[in-house]
Design a protein. Structure first.
Length: 140
């Protein structure tokens, strides 16, 4: 599962802009075969007096924490491509709107993850493909 925490100034995103960003994020991951329901995006509005960059309040900053669980990248070239692809995905939602943006990706061990009491199926397996088609977890 990729879990995205998007920390942003209040009012930085309309409901429609939040929907578009979460759709873009979901499409990124489903293009690699992940079930859509694996992708979660949480928006956290943070007032400028509670969002400091370099020791100063900042009302135009976005900080994103991405947690990857379903897939991990060990190859440095793939990690770089992933980082660059996510920067490209984010640009229309951040930099191109005049928002300062920083993000990082954490990789949580897959064996510490469950969905509705089920251990997710192995990557690329028939069961995972079935989950993607059904867009929900089912026993396998």
């Amino acid at each position: 599962m990729p879990l995205w925490h998007v920390y942003h100034p209040p009012g930085a995103y309309t409901p429609g802009q939040k929907q578009q960003l979460s759709t873009d994020i979901t499409q990124f991951y489903t293009s690699f075969g992940l079930p859509p329901f694996y992708v979660m995006v949480l928006f956290h509005g943070v007032a400028a007096d509670s969002f400091h960059v370099g020791g100063e309040p900042n009302g135009a900053a976005v900080r994103i924490v991405v947690e990857h669980i379903a897939r991990h990248t060990e190859d440095p070239r793939l990690r770089k491509r992933t980082r660059e692809a996510l920067a490209t995905l984010l640009a229309p939602h951040t930099a191109e709107r005049g928002l300062y943006c920083e993000f990082h990706i954490d990789e949580t061990p897959r064996d510490l993850w469950m969905i509705d009491g089920l251990t997710p199926p192995p990557p690329g397996s028939d069961a995972e493909q079935q989950w993607a088609r059904d867009n929900r977890p089912t026993p396998y």
